[in-house]
Design a protein around this ligand. Structure first.
Ligand SMILES: N[C@@H](CCC(=O)N[C@@H](CS)C(=O)NCC(=O)O)C(=O)O
Length: 349
């Protein structure tokens, strides 16, 4: 009697558990249903939140087109998902606007010198794809100011943009070193730089990439110097809305495809020859064997399209920041791990 009661109770419990599991499955499905992937495919374009004030990273070129390192990663997503690197709509966003634009669905992806931090990953509701640029915060001062270190900034006014990690790091670092200064806060990069160039602030600070970039369009670039000290780690990369695993995986693996292609020596120039290659790892990457693209929900040749239309990581880097550009930025950490950097793709399998 007791046994059958126990059995009956267990059965009800098991059914209850199954119902719960089904509910979770349904929830996961409905999350998938609202994936940015469907929106992007229906619309026929990717909407990318970008910067249009940072030469080399995200800028409007002389032809009126958005161009730069970050812009190419947005194009890579369009190439991988839609087979057309030009199928991107660019939405320029200031530091303050960027997270709301992603949260509200105004943009599908944010690719705009944005630092991966805990708070952005949690409370702000973002998910970060792999880091595309390892950076650090720096400070720019007039070359003839005599300022050589952070300690020399005692009693100065320093310009900084609101809504950035820059603002927070500056406060942290100066407090930790007991340096008194006045932070003068602006809500866009042009305003900070204008204040600095007019002399109403003594120095200004942002990611070193941002300093180098903006220096290139200053009236007299030689008249300024970037202090050698770094105030922080600024790992920059694409981000998407939390809760959309499908889209997150797509943006992640498209970004990684550029890194893996560079490691394999596959470029936009030679990728067609690699279609005949019989190395299984290369075949899986290019989609000539296996179905990794289909597993992601995008065409199987996604990596081929990314490499062919946009290039591998090194090509993207060199096109905008490398030795043939005004920036001539050393690869440093932003090199493949086999070449002294820390770019490393998990396996395509
Ligand atoms: N990486 C930092 C800073 C990014 C940032 O937004 N920097 C400013 C200063 S250069 C910028 O790009 N502003 C562009 C603009 O306001 O147009 C972060 O994610 O908070």
């Amino acid at each position: 009697m007791k046994k059958s009661f126990l059995f009956g109770f267990l059965m009800i419990f098991v059914l209850f558990l199954a119902a719960c599991t089904e509910d979770e499955g349904a929830e996961a499905e409905s999350e998938d249903e609202s994936s940015a992937l469907d929106t992007v495919v229906d619309r026929g374009t990717v909407i990318a939140g970008i910067n249009d004030t940072l030469p080399g990273f995200g800028y409007v070129g002389s032809d009126g087109e958005n161009t730069g390192f970050d812009i190419d990663f947005a194009k890579a997503i369009a190439a991988g998902v839609l087979g057309d690197a030009e199928a991107v709509e660019f939405r320029p966003l200031s530091a303050q606007e960027r997270f709301t634009a992603l949260q509200t669905g105004e943009v599908d992806v944010l690719i705009r010198n944005t630092t991966w931090t805990t708070n952005r990953d949690t409370e702000v509701g973002l998910n970060f794809a792999p880091i595309t640029f390892y950076d650090g915060q720096g400070i720019m001062v007039p070359a003839d100011s005599g300022i050589e270190s952070l300690e020399d900034l005692e009693g100065t006014r320093i310009g900084v943009e609101t809504g950035t990690t820059t603002e927070l790091n500056l406060a942290d670092q100066m407090r930790a070193r007991g340096i008194n200064f006045e932070a003068v806060v602006f809500d866009n990069a042009d305003a900070v730089v204008a204040a600095y160039e007019s002399g109403s602030v003594d120095a200004w600070t942002t990611d070193k990439s941002g300093l180098v970039s903006r220096q290139s369009i200053m009236e007299d670039p030689e008249a300024h110097q970037i202090l050698s000290e770094s105030l922080s780690k600024e790992p920059l990369g694409p981000s998407v809305r939390e809760g959309d695993d499908t889209w997150y995986d797509i943006v992640t693996w498209i970004t990684l495809a550029t890194i893996q292609a560079e490691e394999f020596g596959i470029t936009s120039e030679n990728v067609d020859e690699f279609l005949e290659n019989e190395n299984p790892e290369i075949m899986r990457l290019l989609g000539t064997e296996g179905n990794l693209g289909e597993q992601l929900g995008i065409p199987n040749d996604f990596a081929y399209q990314v490499i062919k239309q946009v290039g591998n990581y090194g090509e993207i880097y060199n096109r905008h920041l490398g030795p043939d550009t005004i920036f001539k930025l050393d690869r440093g950490l932003n090199d493949i791990y086999t070449n002294g950097g820390i770019l490393y793709s998990p396996p395509f399998r």
